[in-house]
Design a protein around this ligand. Sequence first.
Ligand SMILES: [Mg+2]
Length: 268
Amino acid sequence: MNPPKAIGFDLFNTLLTVHPAAMEEAHRRQLQVLHEEGLPVDAEAFGKAYLTSAMMFLEEARKEGRETHNRFWVAEALEELGYSLSPEDPRIAKAVKAYFSACYPYCKLIPGTRELLGELGKRYPLGMLTNFTDGPAVREIIDLLGLNPFFEKVLVSGELGYRKPHPYAFERFVDALGVPAGRILFVGDDLEADVKGARDAGLQPVLTTCVQDGNLPAARTPLPPRTAEIPEDVPRIACWQELLDLLETGSFRTSTGQGHRLWRNSAR
Ligand SMILES: [Mg+2]
């Protein structure tokens, strides 16, 4: 490739982590709202039905590339327990909102992220493309962590209708940045959504394993991660300094220790 002209980032487990304790609190608050709204479901039965329905909708979303939303998961779980509500019912909206709001205090930036974005922002336009079911909730998180000033464009699957790795999500991202796909470096933690998705759309992926390598506690989605090999020509970074080094040199070491050049900076 030629030297990158813009840098894209995934959000969850790339720039920030959500502490696993958030999940328990989120479920507790969601249930509390359902109870307050006159739906006295049993905690354990609802928890089980909700997990089953969330997994079903997420599996479907993963297969089709279309984004899902938590309101469908709650409606399906309630249906299972004998309460027939439309996913558009305001009581469900309130419960889902409570679920997300419980997560906000548990979102933490990966150490050094603000400094990294400040540094890169001087040299490149930055964009974010994140998979998340709920646009307003993820925009609240981005705002609370003070990330907005760093990003020219923030795209959310829940607003696009499609989730990474679907090509539509990346096409919209490339259009929004206004930079040719081949000049965009895309940094993410998910081999399928970020690495394969970016690569199939013509962007240069960079896999980040900062969360694992930094042993940072992080909540995961209910679905098991898909395992895949890291392609030899995809750089893997274990900390932000390695991303800066990659941008500085245009080259990296593969897992077998071979030097691999992605671009020559003199051509910039
Ligand atoms: Mg991620």
